[in-house]
Design a protein around this ligand. Structure first.
Ligand code: ZN
Length: 371
């Protein structure tokens, strides 16, 4: 039942035949889990709360930092230093006191994901990294709940609704395996125009509401791409992949996949063309004979660097081949980046060019700084 105050609040919904009082009651009876209270989670939760979703769960372990405020509009100057959950709760309660906010102050992991997500009708993927995005997709698949997916990059965003239980594809049908760690720059590395998550996160809220009300056509089997600079929306067909490792006919993924955390990466044993940061330090201490190449961007190099390393950003990497060839194809070449993904590409490239003594620094500068 809606109180007189709620009836006033939602008056603009009642005149829509697709919503009406009945739809409003559906929204009130529904629950949404938002993974991440950041760029995408901010607008989506603000609109979901305003629209009268009964219960909103939020998973986020982070504290509000000033660099968040350019795009994470749930938070403000006054919540700097408090947790994103406290900040989000205060703001959402102010928008709509009828909404119940449930705070999950943790990372979303393979260990807790099912337990948290099972209590919600819809999952909003507001994550900013591949491992959690796959986890969000997989949890939604196992629990047979729609996963409202979105991701953003610089001036571009994309959105889809993954609901294999309703016949559509899942995220793994589109991208079966995550790219190697570090090969795709994060928001922090690549940058993002602050309004972009506003646009895309709002679309996520719209799709969640449509799914709950059962109205319109959610983009199941469609990837909607937004190019902010061109002001263009384009659409790509996504097909359910019968070979999908998760939702295909012979699935190889039958449980949630644990997320490799940073320490796992740092402590990973080094393979034939790999070097741990400890091994790199030993080489430097013993008087380095090889060459170290940093394949990050200039601005990353400016923040922190190894004085012994030569900066050759990955996109200009082939330009160094003549110099390396002169040193000899068996000269020792050590390559690093921020976390080890981009440098892995550079190592592979050199091996294909016939270089025989090439090493990737596992964990990159991030691991080096923790030595
Ligand atoms: Zn699939």
């Amino acid at each position: 039942m809606l109180s007189p105050e709620e009836k006033q609040r939602y008056a603009r919904h009642f005149t829509l035949s697709q919503v009406g009082i009945e739809g409003q009651q559906k929204l009130k009876a529904s629950s949404v889990l938002c993974i991440g209270a950041g760029g995408l989670g901010s607008p989506s939760m603000l609109y979901l709360a305003a629209a009268g979703i009964g219960r909103i769960g939020i998973v986020d372990p982070d504290v509000v930092e000033r660099s968040n405020l350019q795009r994470q509009i749930l938070h403000g100057e006054s919540s700097l230093g408090s947790t994103k959950l406290e900040s989000a709760e205060a703001r959402l309660k102010d928008v709509n006191p009828h909404v119940q906010i449930e705070k999950h102050p943790c990372r979303f992991t393979a260990e807790n994901a099912l337990e948290i997500a099972k209590n919600y009708d819809v999952i909003i993927d507001g994550t900013d990294n591949f491992p959690t995005r796959y986890l969000s997709n997989d949890v939604a698949f196992f629990l047979k709940k729609p996963n409202i997916y979105a991701s953003i990059f610089q001036f571009e965003g994309q959105l889809s609704v993954f609901a294999p239980h309703l016949g559509g594809p899942c995220y793994r049908c589109m991208l079966p395996d995550p790219p190697a760690a570090g090969t795709v720059p994060s928001c922090a590395e690549a940058g993002v125009l602050g309004v972009l998550p506003g646009v895309i996160g709002s679309l996520q809220a719209m799709e969640a509401i449509k799914v709950i009300l059962g109205i319109g056509e959610p983009p199941m089997g469609r990837l909607v791409h937004y190019d902010a600079l061109q002001t263009a929306f384009r659409e790509f067909k996504l097909r359910k992949d019968p070979q999908c490792p998760l939702c295909g006919s012979n699935p190889t993924i039958t449980t949630l996949q644990p997320i490799m955390n940073h320490n796992d990466i740092c402590q990973a044993p080094s393979g034939p063309n790999e070097l741990s940061v400890a091994e790199l330090k030993a080489k430097i201490d013993q008087g380095l004979t090889g060459i170290i190449i940093d394949v990050r961007e200039q601005w990353e190099h400016d923040i922190v660097n190894l004085p012994q390393a030569k900066l050759v950003p990955l996109n200009t990497f082939p330009s160094i081949i003549p110099e390396l060839t002169e040193l000899g194809k068996d000269h020792e070449i050590i390559i690093h980046c921020k976390v080890g993904g981009r440098s892995a590409h550079a190592v592979e490239f050199l091996i294909n060019e016939g270089f025989t003594n090439v090493y990737n620094v596992i964990g990159g500068m991030e691991a080096w700084q923790k030595l």
